[in-house]
Design a protein around this ligand. Sequence first.
Ligand code: FAD
Length: 390
Amino acid sequence: MSEGGQVCIAGGGIIGLALAFELTERGRDVCVYEAGRIGQHCAASVAAGMLAPVSEADISHPELSRLALESHGRYADFVRRVETASGEQVGYDTSGTLFVALHRDHRAQLQHLHDFQVDRGFEAEWISRAEIREMEPAISPTASAGLLLRHDHQVDPRRLMHALAAAIRGRGGTIVEDARVLRVQAAGEGYEVHVDAEGQQLGERFAQVVLAGGAWTGQIEAPLPPLPVRPVKGQVLRLRGERLISRVVRTPDVYLVPRDDGELVVGATMEEQGFDARVMAGPVLDLLREAWRCLPGIYDIELAETCAGFRPALRDHMPAIGLAHAPGLFVATGHFRNGIELAPVTAQLLAEQMETSNASPLLEPFAPGRFAEAGELPAGVAPGTEGGGR
Ligand SMILES: Cc1cc2nc3c(=O)[nH]c(=O)nc-3n(C[C@H](O)[C@H](O)[C@H](O)COP(=O)(O)OP(=O)(O)OC[C@H]3O[C@@H](n4cnc5c(N)ncnc54)[C@H](O)[C@@H]3O)c2cc1C
């Protein structure tokens, strides 16, 4: 057993990397263990990267909407710091999102969405068929109405992760790839972390440990309250060719996310299939058909990639962020459909909590201990308690 750095992060997806970035910016000594290669096995490498607190606002989860809006407000500064630290661009694009209705049902859904957004005080502009034609001439003429959401943006998650990894390394942080965290055990004032690195078993000791393994977090053996995380599969297509639209375009059935390099992301399915990563013909057909109905020009561009990813979902579809075991064992997972959007706020508030032992009131609804029932806890676990830090 060797002495490791101060902080260990298990999982180099978007959440683990964003947190490692914030910690290295604060001068902390950080080691990220990633079971695969950065950006290859995670949900974030499949994700479209929509930053959509208005489109995704959900009446049943107001505390999640609050957190998403907070993160949204921090995004421009987060991107600026990552781009400066890495010297890389991450495709942050604030051109807005256009929701369109292609038939009567869609129009009724958009009307309902618009009423809700206006009630909540969001800026959502109802636009006509003629205005859609003027803004996005490649959209099907059947689009009879739309909602323009100027505040819903996008980022390229693959570029963001690449830049985060470069920034972390540039600041002296360590990222170890092909290294799966198997087990975390309390040891003195810290934790022993057992890792399988390309078949070799390693043991390292850290003052603080964060479990950020996305949909796989539950597979790490650790003294935690129950964390019922499951994968929700999403299949996505990437097309490539002439740029057809200038901003994110959605219908109630599909979204189309254009990048400045000619990529067009088309998504996504939501499926309960466990960790079955196969891309199936039916969902590809459905996605292509819905995308083509909205944007007929896709018929003539390349289908460059099909892929599937696993959204980490907890029972209440809200993330678990914070102290899970005093002192110093933290969790950041369960970001479900919003992990790209929520990365800045998760990383910044958790980094603060790890330094000061004070949890932001914004994180209260997301306490990792909320799934614990009396008698279910392993010895020494006090759900929702503070007192950790280093
Ligand atoms: C199809 C699809 C579309 C999406 N679109 C959007 C979107 O537009 N906007 C948005 O905000 N969100 C979107 N999401 C959701 C977003 O991708 C996730 O919420 C986010 O990626 C979760 O981040 P994470 O770091 O927790 O998990 P992941 O990104 O999955 O990363 C987890 C990482 O941990 C590693 N790991 C797992 N176990 C271990 C271990 N034991 N040891 C070491 N490493 C381990 C994995 O290899 C992986 O790299 C989408 C997701 C999908 C699937």
